[in-house]
Design a binder for this molecule. Structure first.
Ligand SMILES: [Cu+2]
Length: 313
C-alpha cells in the first residue's frame, strides 16, 4: 500500500516535471526577448545572430584567459617577490625575447579572432539567393512593409493599448505591467516564414530610422533616398520584437517592430489570405439593358445583385 502511494507520488512529480519542461521549452521557442537581469547577449534565432554570439563568446573566453593569466601573474609576483621577503628588484630594462613574445602572441590572437569574424561578416552582407524580398520603409512613426511581387502591403504602428496608456498621465505601474508588452506591441505584425532566406530592402520616407530586431542579430539604417539591404533566415517559429534604433523624432520610442515567424506552409496560407483581402474588387458584370420582363420572371428580376465592393486601399 505504502509503495503504491510512493509510486503515485513519483508519477505525479514526473508529470509535473515534464509539464514544466514542455512549458519552458515552448516559452523559449516563442520569443527571444531578453530576461530581467540577463547578463550575456542572447543567442537569437537566425544563423547571423548565432554567428555573432559565437564570435562574442570566442572573444569573451580569450579575454577571460588573458585576464586570468595577467592578473594571476601579477598576484604571484606581488606575493612571492615582495620586499618583506627580502627580494631585491632586478635591474635589467630590456629583454628582446620577452618583447618579441608579447608582440607576436597578441597578433596571433587578433588574427585568430579576426578570420572567423570577417568570414561571418561577409556572409551577413551576402543577400544573394534569397527566396523572397520584403521592403521596409520607416516613417515618423510607423513601419510600412511590402512583400515585393506579391501585392501585399501593411502598415505597422504602436498598438492602441500601449498608446492609450502612454498618453494618459494617470496610468499606474500596475496598468503598465498588466499590458505585458507595453510599447513593444503593434497593430499589424510582420509575418515571415521560417527556414527561408528573406532579403530586406530598407529605406525611409522622412528622416533616418533603423530597423532592429535583436533576435535576428543585425540592424539596418533606413535612410531617405537610399536603399539598404539585409537578409535573415529565421530558424525557429515565434514572436520577435524590436524597435527603431535611430533617434527619429519625438515619438522615436513609440515605433516598435513585431515579427511573427511561422512555418512556410502557414506563411503561404497567410499570404494568400492577405492577397485575397487586398485584391481590388472584381468588376461587376455590365448590367443588361433593361428589358421589360414578363410578369412570371419578376422574382428573378428582383433578386439583389451583388453589392458594390468598397474600393481597395
Ligand atoms: Cu524611427
Amino acid at each position: 500500500m505504502g509503495s503504491d502511494v510512493k509510486q503515485a507520488r513519483r508519477f505525479k512529480q514526473c508529470v509535473w516535471g515534464l509539464a514544466a519542461l514542455a512549458l519552458s521549452a515552448s516559452v523559449a521557442a516563442q520569443s527571444a526577448d531578453p530576461r530581467p537581469w540577463q547578463l550575456n547577449m542572447g543567442r537569437g534565432v537566425t544563423a547571423t545572430s548565432q554567428h555573432a554570439y559565437e564570435a562574442h563568446m570566442l572573444a569573451l573566453w580569450i579575454c577571460v584567459a588573458i585576464g586570468a593569466l595577467v592578473f594571476g601573474a601579477m598576484a604571484v609576483a606581488m606575493f612571492r617577490f615582495r620586499k618583506s621577503r627580502g627580494v631585491t628588484a632586478a635591474t635589467f630594462t630590456h629583454n628582446t625575447t620577452a618583447e618579441i613574445i608579447w608582440t607576436v602572441v597578441p597578433i596571433l590572437i587578433l588574427v585568430a579572432m579576426a578570420v572567423p569574424a570577417t568570414r561571418k561578416l561577409i556572409q551577413m552582407y551576402d543577400t544573394r539567393d534569397s527566396q523572397m524580398t520584403v521592403k521596409v520603409t520607416g516613417a515618423q512613426w510607423m513601419w510600412h512593409y511590402e512583400y515585393m511581387g506579391e501585392d501585399v502591403t501593411l502598415t505597422s504602428r504602436l498598438d492602441r493599448g500601449s498608446d492609450r496608456l502612454r498618453q494618459n498621465r494617470a496610468t499606474t505601474r500596475a496598468e503598465l505591467d498588466a499590458h505585458g508588452h507595453y510599447l513593444l506591441d503593434v497593430d499589424n505584425v510582420l509575418v515571415l516564414p521560417t527556414d527561408t532566406k528573406i532579403r530586406f530592402v530598407i529605406t525611409a520616407d522622412d528622416v533616418i530610422h533603423s530597423w532592429w530586431v535583436p533576435a535576428f542579430g543585425w540592424k539596418q539604417d533606413a535612410i531617405p533616398g537610399l536603399v539598404n539591404e539585409a537578409w535573415t533566415e529565421i530558424l525557429e517559429p515565434g514572436v520577435y520584437r524590436g524597435q527603431c534604433a535611430e533617434l527619429c523624432g519625438k515619438d522615436h520610442a513609440f515605433m516598435p517592430i513585431v515579427v511573427r515567424a511561422v512555418p512556410p506552409a502557414e506563411f503561404d496560407a497567410w499570404l494568400a489570405a492577405e492577397k485575397a483581402r487586398n485584391a481590388p474588387a472584381e468588376p461587376l458584370p455590365a448590367a443588361p439593358a433593361p428589358v421589360p420582363a414578363p410578369a412570371a420572371d419578376d422574382a428573378t428580376a428582383q433578386s439583389p445583385s451583388a453589392p458594390a465592393a468598397p474600393a481597395a486601399g
